[in-house]
Design a protein around this ligand. Structure first.
Ligand code: ZN
Length: 132
């Protein structure tokens, strides 16, 4: 038997794909607490807090506080990707948390590349005698 998910009732995740949540689906519309418009912001806040507490508890239990600091360079980004892979494999953080972290890292990487390109262009302009 196929498990019923929130997505079966129309719940979509941030990528526009069917939501895979199978727990706490509302009997009246089949949506999870996150996608059910009838449920209050308070319920969402409760589930966010529960997820945070779970995350903290797991981190404590695994003694895995040595997550890399916020990235400042391409090397830091690579370290962060490696840590996220390790952390998911070892159930230190939930896959969803790793996915949102990866999205942030990709955005940061893009910013680094743009800054790098800007520096190259400024250098080329200066070399050509353009005052900046
Ligand atoms: Zn959902």
């Amino acid at each position: 038997m196929i498990k019923k998910t929130c997505g079966d009732s129309g719940g979509l995740n941030a990528h526009g794909e069917p939501c895979g949540q199978t727990k706490d689906l509302a009997p009246e519309n089949g949506l999870c607490s996150y996608h059910d418009p009838n449920r209050s912001e308070a319920a969402r806040e409760r589930s966010r807090r529960a997820a945070d507490e779970w995350h903290e508890a797991v981190l404590d239990a695994k003694g895995a506080r040595e997550a890399p600091p916020p990235p400042r360079s391409f090397a830091d980004v690579t370290r962060s990707y490696a840590w996220l892979s390790w952390a998911v494999q070892n159930k230190v953080i939930p896959p969803a948390a790793a996915n949102s972290s990866r999205a942030s890292l990709r955005e940061f990487e893009r910013t680094l590349r743009i800054e790098e390109r800007l520096r190259e262009l400024e250098a080329a302009l200066r070399k050509a005698g353009v005052k900046l």
